[in-house]
Design a protein around this ligand. Sequence first.
Ligand SMILES: [Zn+2]
Length: 416
Amino acid sequence: MSEARLVRLRPAVQHYEWGGTEALPALLGVDNPEKRPFAEIWFGAHPKAPSIAETPRGGVPLDGLIAQDPEAWLGGAVLRRFGPSLPFLLKALDARKMLSIQVHPAREQAREGFERENSMGIPIHAPHRNYRDRNHKPEVHAAQSEFWMLHGFRPMEEIAAWLDVTPEARAVMPDFRQRLREAGAGRQRRSLLLRELYTHFMHLPQERADELLDELLGRLEKAAPWPTDAPEHWALRAAREFPLPGGRRDRGIFSVFLLNLVRLEPGQGTFQPAGVLHAYLQGTTVELMANSDNVLRGGLTPKHVDVAELLRVVRFDDSPCEVLQGEPQADGERVYRTPAEDFELSCFKLAGRAAAREARGPEILLVTEGAVSVAASGGGLQLNRGQALFLGAGVRYELSAADRAVVWRAKAGLAV
Ligand SMILES: [Zn+2]
């Protein structure tokens, strides 16, 4: 096995303005005296911001390195299934401000939408373009701190209870509770009713949305402060963080009450399949996704919201959010199991012990705590906190740590 099949990665940093100023600089071990926001660091081969692979001949963008010999880096199974590029993108993310409410398309929707927008002549980087590539973008993540997010529609009985005590929202669909009762347990009827309610909120004339939200937020403000586990807390915060020009209100604030408000402990995670509305509200997390940039926004954003397209992609199912704990494996590894073939996220907790694995396809290892020795067929090296390694298909490796260390492992999800 040649040494070239195992390279250190220098990540691409994204300084979006919602990012925190401390967590990611601390992870990377860099100073941040100007307090620039560090929102995301990307480990992967996304052409928009590839990581730099540190090869013996110098730094090479990872997408370029893989393109030189896709079969060797990706292995035959991943190459045949996903084509000649890395199927996943690993990120560390730190949300100081709330992120937009969003949903990602299924693969067929992405392909169809991408072709449609091409045929309409919409430039690929136009702000009103929805589909920037042909791929779906399922995501899994595992919190690194206490983490707050919105994930999927709340059970409709909870939504009905909220409408009961919220005249400003009940005005949008006064007969919701009665129709929920009539729908009974019928899945399709419930789903259509939920679609109708959400569509009413998203289609409100702007003046009406402003009027209702002014009243609602004014009332909530008088009763403040609200505890962090109350949607009211986040609705008020959203109103402060997303003022629209001219004193208008962001209708995404209604969605804060329509979606499950989820609090994760460090190590807990969630999966965002196609069609599930979600928003990261606060905290740091490690996230793994399919290699795509396709996002449809549903509020809490100054960016383009295409309501018609959003309504085509959102799945109108209600249920409590499923929290992933990670399934324990041998050698202190925990796997965050999802149905996605593009990726699988897992985490090793090593303390005075070793774990041996074979990279059957491409893998990325990222150390978030402690220091780890990696012994591989092509040579050995040490990874410190914040450092990452890219492994080509077929590399056998052993991880060991004298003290407590945490290593995140990203690989393809399909059985290879
Ligand atoms: Zn997302």
